[in-house]
Design a protein around this ligand. Structure first.
Ligand code: BG6
Length: 462
């Protein structure tokens, strides 16, 4: 019987802006997420009109966390990934003094998790930053934001050093290329030069907080977070294979800088050929040498690319501009399901970096139906996660060091891409729809009991 290591961390992952709601409670400032009511690819909306958006309440995790954490405990979670909303701690982002009410909220949240021995895995920035930093400073385009972020990180490290030992810097840092406002606080139409400069500032900030973490929490660990966008060549043509290599490097580049402490040669060539001149100081180069302790990533799907421009334009879908793989099935949202790809990416990252890996997001977004008996029979979700976990187990057998697995949205939350509640990932159903109607009541789905068995048996039940 194949099982997972006994110290393997099992749990789920959520993010402040998609779960908490309470968007202006206890002194929180407006964030980039608050001004994008239609999700991370959506337009910016003026929030002074009083019009409520779905994320303002989300699933009200801000107030209901004791019930939710007790349900996570019932499933056997040993780890919960969530994020701190930077604007709860520094409402505008540039203050010297933190907002005590915001700090106290996360104290209470971490204490609740400690009651059940659920280890927090905390993302410093999950798809949001104080909006004031965008309007006043131009977001990550401005070097000053590095200092604001470091001040925020040092503040929360000091405050929670006895409660939180596992940290992540920026969620899906490579998404800044596709959704600049969400990632680096720049307008959607920004030039490549501007986006890569902002990314550079973020990479320096990430490295500086790694240093801060090691100083403040010596027994803690900090990881990066990549969108694991594994890409295959559409054919075995050498040009397609090379194209896939380049496409994979467009996201691996972030990991290369964060794990190896310097820009790789292929990026220098890319910058030269695209006429991108980055302002990189000598101090930046020294800062970048502070490398992360482990690599975390999300994994949902894979896709294909070809070097044939005409074929590419004809076939590409709109999800990260990839061509659908003819050998794979898709979810209702067109995300291609590829469990074997998870084993491949785990091996690939391990071979490349030799650092421990953590799968901090994976799951199936689907429309759930409550049947006549009041049950939610989500066999499709069980199948998806089961098949992916089997591949994680295989990768561990391959010799890959995997720290843990936190499925995305163990309780239904608002989706990031389009701010929908009907796209559900949870083992726990939340009674709220896309119009914001519902009691917010929680309900266990069939997958709740299935995941409970998986955790209890250390994966033997898969
Ligand atoms: C990841 C994000 O990209 O994918 C999450 O880190 C997000 O914030 C998740 O929710 C799933 O995407 P979506 O759009 O289905 O919520």
């Amino acid at each position: 019987m194949k099982t997972f290591p006994t110290d393997f961390l099992w749990g789920g992952a959520i993010a402040a802006n998609q779960a908490e709601g309470a968007y202006l409670t206890d002194g929180k400032g407006l964030t980039t997420s608050d001004v994008q009511p239609n999700g991370i690819f959506g337009d910016v909306e003026n929030r002074t009109d009083g019009h409520e958006q779905i994320k303002d309440v989300a699933i009200d995790f801000y107030h209901r966390y004791p019930e939710d954490i007790s349900l996570f405990n019932e499933m056997g979670f040993t780890c919960l990934r969530t994020s701190i909303a930077w604007a709860r701690i520094f409402p505008k982002g540039d203050e010297q003094e933190p907002n005590e009410a915001g700090l106290a909220y996360y104290d209470a949240l971490f204490d609740e998790m400690a009651k059940y021995n659920i280890q927090p895995l905390i993302t410093l920035s999950h798809y949001e930053m104080p909006y004031h930093l965008v309007t006043e400073y131009g977001g990550w385009g401005n070097r000053k934001v590095i200092e604001f972020f470091e001040h925020y990180a040092r503040t929360v490290f000091e405050r929670y050093k006895d409660k939180v030992k596992l940290w992540l810097t920026f969620n899906e840092i490579n998404m800044s290329l596709h959704a600049p406002l969400t990632g680096v606080g720049l307008p959607a139409e920004s030039s490549k030069q501007a986006v890569y400069q902002a990314i550079h500032h973020q990479l320096v900030a990430s490295a500086r907080v790694v240093k801060a973490l090691h100083e403040i929490i010596p027994d803690g660990k900090i990881g990066n977070m990549l969108l694991g966008g594994l890409v295959y060549p559409l054919s075995a043509k050498p040009d397609d294979v090379l194209e896939a290599l380049k496409e994979n490097r467009s996201w691996l580049f972030f990991g290369d800088v964060q794990c190896r402490g310097a820009y790789p040669g292929y990026m220098k060539r890319f910058f030269k050929e695209n006429n991108i001149q980055l302002d990189v100081t000598e101090q930046d180069k020294l800062d970048l040498k502070n490398c992360i302790d482990f690599i975390s990533f999300s994994y949902y799907m894979t896709g294909c690319v070809t070097a044939d421009k005409e074929e590419y334009e004809k076939k590409r879908g709109n999800i990260l501009s990839m061509i659908p793989n003819p050998h794979l099935q898709s979810s209702e949202w067109g995300w291609q399901i590829d469990p074997v790809g998870l084993r491949t990416i785990l091996n690939m990252l391990w071979d490349r970096y030799q650092k421990p890996l953590f799968i901090v997001e994976n799951g199936l977004g689907a429309k759930d139906v409550i049947n006549q008996d009041g049950e939610i029979i989500d066999d499709y979700r069980i199948e998806y996660i089961n098949d992916h976990l089997v591949q994680v187990r295989e990768a561990i057998e391959d010799g890959v060091e995997v720290m843990g697995y936190t499925s995305w949205g163990p309780i239904d939350i608002v989706s990031a891409s389009k701010a929908e509640l009907s796209k559900r990932y949870g083992f726990i159903y939340v009674d709220r729809n896309d119009q914001g109607e519902g009691t917010l009541e929680r309900k266990r789905k069939k997958s709740f009991f299935w995941y409970q068995d998986v955790i209890q048996s250390h994966g033997a039940s898969l």
